[in-house]
Design a protein around this ligand. Structure first.
Ligand code: MN
Length: 286
C-alpha cells in the first residue's frame, strides 16, 4: 500500500492591487511588482500589466532604451508589439506569444505597438540574473502561442510557458538560473487549480480576470481581479475560481538572495557596477 503524503498548501500572505503608472513614451499600465505597494519578490523584480482599447494609452510604445543585468519576459494576451535591438534582432510578438529576453551585459532595444487601434493587453515581467550571469551575452527565447503545451485539467486549462505541469509536458522556455515556473490558467466557475511548487521557491498568482478564493491565515476570502496574491511557504499553490470563473498567472522561482543595486533600466549587485553600466552605455559599449 502506498501512502501519498499530503502537500502543505501555500497560504496567501499578501493581496495587492498594483499602482497605476506610465512608462516608455506614456504607456499606461498597472505595476503589480516593483512599486511602493509591492517591492520585488526575489527573484522577480517587476511586473507590469497593460490592457487598453484606447490607442492613446499605448501608441507611444517604448522607444530605444538600454537594459543590463536581468531578464525581461513579455507575454501578450491581445495585440501586437514589434521588438528590435541594436544587435540586429527584431520580430513581432502577438496574442499568446512569449518573448523571454536575457539582457545580460546589455543591449538597447525598442518595444513598439504594431497597431494603431484595438485592444493591447499583456504582461511584462523582470527576473533578476545571478551575479555570474549579469555580464553574459544577450539572448532570446521566443515562442509562438502554438508552441506552448496546454493541459486540460478538471475545469482548468493550463498553458505551460515555463516549468513542468502534471502531464509530463514542460513549457518551452528554459530559465535555469531561477528554475522559473510561468503558467497561464483559465478556470471555469468554481473550478480548483492545484500545482506542486518547489518549497524553496517564491510563488504568487496574478488574478487578472474574474475572481478567486485562495487559502489565507483566516480562511478563504473572495478576491477580485486585478490582484497579486503573494504565497507563503509550502509545497502546493491552490486557487479556486469564483462564480464568474477566473484567469490567472502562476509564477514561481528560486530566490537569488544577492544584494540588489537598481537604477532605472540597470539591475546589478553594487553601486560601482551601476556606475560602470552608465559609463558603458554613454560610451556606446552596449
Ligand atoms: Mn525594455
Amino acid at each position: 500500500m502506498s501512502v501519498k503524503q499530503e502537500l502543505r498548501t501555500r497560504k496567501v500572505v499578501a493581496v495587492t492591487h498594483g499602482e497605476a503608472t506610465s512608462d516608455g513614451a506614456g504607456v499606461k499600465m498597472t505595476r503589480l511588482i516593483g512599486s511602493g505597494a509591492q517591492p520585488p519578490l526575489d527573484p522577480f523584480l517587476m511586473l507590469d500589466f497593460f490592457g487598453s482599447e484606447r490607442a492613446g494609452d499605448y501608441i507611444g510604445g517604448f522607444p530605444d532604451h538600454p537594459h543590463r543585468g536581468f531578464e525581461t519576459v513579455t507575454y501578450m494576451l491581445a495585440g501586437r508589439m514589434r521588438h528590435s535591438d541594436n544587435h540586429g534582432h527584431s520580430g513581432v510578438i502577438e496574442a499568446g506569444d512569449v518573448q523571454w529576453m536575457k539582457a545580460g551585459r546589455g543591449l538597447i532595444h525598442s518595444e513598439m505597438p504594431e497597431q494603431d487601434h484595438g485592444l493591447m493587453r499583456g504582461f511584462q515581467l523582470w527576473i533578476n540574473l545571478p551575479a555570474a550571469e549579469k555580464m553574459s551575452s544577450p539572448a532570446y527565447q521566443e515562442f509562438k502561442a502554438a508552441r506552448m503545451p496546454v493541459e486540460e485539467r478538471d475545469g482548468a486549462r493550463v498553458k505551460l510557458i515555463a516549468g513542468a505541469g502534471i502531464s509530463g509536458e514542460v513549457g518551452p522556455v528554459r530559465a535555469p538560473h531561477v528554475d522559473a515556473v510561468y503558467f497561464d490558467i483559465e478556470l471555469a466557475p468554481g473550478a480548483r487549480f492545484r500545482q506542486e511548487t518547489p518549497p524553496d521557491h517564491q510563488a504568487f498568482f496574478v488574478l487578472y480576470e474574474g475572481s478567486g478564493f485562495a487559502p489565507g491565515a483566516a480562511g478563504e476570502n473572495e478576491i477580485d481581479s486585478l490582484a497579486l496574491l503573494t504565497l507563503g511557504p509550502g509545497e502546493e499553490a491552490v486557487l479556486t475560481a469564483g462564480t464568474r470563473g477566473a484567469r490567472a498567472l502562476l509564477l514561481a522561482g528560486r530566490p537569488l538572495r544577492e544584494p540588489i543595486a537598481w537604477s532605472g533600466p540597470f539591475v546589478m549587485n553594487s553601486r560601482e557596477e551601476l556606475i560602470q553600466a552608465y559609463e558603458d552605455y554613454r560610451a556606446g559599449r552596449f
